[in-house]
Design a protein. Structure first.
Length: 55
């Protein structure tokens, strides 16, 4: 499956120390996943998702 176009969206980030912590982890995981998928490194993409949920 290929997407002809994809529009990234800005999400509203709630405030608070725990929300800030999880949002930073999510942003890092998203960036790592996107970079890995761009390089066709599915192993690294799945590792980034795994680390977000389990580490």
């Amino acid at each position: 499956m290929q997407l002809d176009s994809f529009e990234n969206f800005e999400r509203e980030k709630p405030s608070g120390i725990l929300n800030d912590w999880i949002n930073v982890k999510l942003d890092l995981a998203t960036e790592r996943t996107n970079n890995a998928l761009g390089d066709y490194r599915f192993d690294l993409a799945t590792q980034a998702v795994y680390e977000f949920f389990w580490v």
